[in-house]
Design a protein around this ligand. Sequence first.
Ligand SMILES: [Fe+2]
Length: 115
Amino acid sequence: MRFNDILKTAAEEGKEKHVPVIEVGKGKGEGGADIVHVVVGKEVPHPNTVEHHIVWVELYGVKKEGQVINLGRCDFAPGYTNPNVRFQVPVDQFKAFCALEYCNIHGVWENCLEL
Ligand SMILES: [Fe+2]
């Protein structure tokens, strides 16, 4: 078994939405900084209760020469924090961004955005 066998993608998406949506905002952060926005449940909000919630989101960047960088992770408090985060990242150094998110009921989901 490999990680690829347990990561879920848009192909497995059902009524509840789990795939982390990645959006790049060049110069859209404070002071003109670049941001990478990751949100789960952008169009259909995912449940946010102690029993069923998004636990964390991680963002990875693939540099132009192929090196993978773990850019950050955000943990959420069920019932309080929605899985909607912004990372300040020098976007020009990367050729792709990939995000993982973990739902305590439905597992680990992935998505990548190639620039
Ligand atoms: Fe879920």
